[in-house]
Design a protein around this ligand. Structure first.
Ligand SMILES: [Zn+2]
Length: 52
């Protein structure tokens, strides 16, 4: 039996877009709550953005 040839189907979650927070510089991943404003999202959290 050969090991290591198992392939898992990639979930849709792996395809979520990412951005880098302009405040803290950390990468963050798309969230459901941003689906309508993703183009405008610049911060990973309210703490970084100052506004929701
Ligand atoms: Zn941040």
């Amino acid at each position: 039996m050969a090991k290591g040839s198992n392939r898992r189907k990639a979930t849709a979650k792996a395809d979520l877009p990412q951005k880098t927070c302009v405040s803290c510089g950390r990468p963050f991943t798309w969230r459901k709550k941003w689906e309508r404003v993703w183009d405008e999202v610049k911060y990973c959290s309210k703490r970084c953005g100052g506004r929701g």
